[in-house]
Design a binder for this molecule. Structure first.
Ligand code: OOG
Ligand code: NI
Length: 264
């Protein structure tokens, strides 16, 4: 069993290798100092052996508890978030595609992909940054992309953190998310503008922004394609009426954050 620190270090190293902009952004905002992460996110399918609950078990084993559920009807997704009594440990947002709500040809591809996962591997913590356990062709990738950007992303990137999230509350030198966004744009990074550069507001106790995912050349079974990989997110949390910093997510905002990995 890995410690929380070891697990997040494994996720971070894997994330860096697919997100060339992550280290430069880390340096731009943190000036080389440590940055506290608000959360990371993982994606999966709602079929065995890779359901949200199967992935979440690794975090439950480390003392995390379930603390929120979210529905994304249009995207055919559900999600849960997990947090730890040690508030310095990042929260974990895990979503799953509702496979039975996809067109039959999409279901066929996904079921073949998941059938290739060795169930015994899922219970190893390293599974969480093991990438794909299958390969798809260019036609399959494009078919998935037409029906679900999320399914297409999963077919190429699989099990890994699709983003890390800077806790702006704990980021020295920045008071507002606008200031963070301006520094990113001045540094030449592209923000996700879906629903506006800032998703959420002080009124819903959470403001979020994100970069558009980096792009990497990926070898599919029969072609090489440039495909969006992973992105960086920035979160500023606000206090509720009782003076407690809100720890949940906001579905309407999350719906737009998912689009950070869309091909454009
Ligand atoms: C997760 C999108 C939602 C948030 O902070 O609301 C999210 C994803 O892209 O997998 O990260
Ligand atoms: Ni996020």
């Amino acid at each position: 069993m890995l410690t929380v620190e070891q697990l997040f270090d494994g996720l971070w190293q894997d994330y860096l290798s697919h997100t060339p902009s992550a280290q430069p952004i880390h340096e731009l905002l943190g000036g080389g100092a440590d940055i506290i992460n608000d959360h990371i996110a993982l994606r999966t399918f709602n079929i065995g052996p890779v359901t949200v609950d199967a992935l979440a078990q690794h975090f439950l084993d480390l003392g995390y508890f379930e603390a929120g559920q979210y529905d994304f009807e249009a995207k055919k997704l559900k999600a849960k978030h997990f947090q730890h009594a040690n508030s310095h440990y990042p929260k974990v947002f895990i979503s799953e595609l509702l496979v039975e709500e996809m067109p039959t040809e999409v279901q066929t591809i996904i079921k073949r992909m998941v059938a290739n996962v060795n169930p015994a591997d899922v219970s190893k913590p390293e599974f969480l940054y093991s990438g794909t356990h299958w390969q798809v062709s260019k036609d399959e990738y494009q078919l998935l992309a037409q029906r679900s950007e999320y399914a297409a992303w999963m077919s190429v990137w699989g099990y890994r953190a699709n983003h890390f999230t800077v806790s702006v509350n704990e980021l020295p030198g920045f008071e507002t998310l606008e200031q963070v966004n301006q520094a990113l744009k001045d540094g030449g990074f592209t923000l996700n503008a879906s629903g506006g550069e800032i998703k959420g507001s002080k009124a819903v106790l959470l403001e979020q922004s994100s970069t558009m995912a980096d792009s990497q050349l990926v070898q599919l079974t029969d072609a090489k394609l440039d495909i969006p990989s992973c992105f960086y997110e920035f979160a500023l949390r606000h206090e509720d009426a009782d003076g407690r910093l809100y720890q949940g997510f906001v579905a309407a905002s999350a719906d737009k954050i998912f689009e950070s990995t869309n091909a454009n």
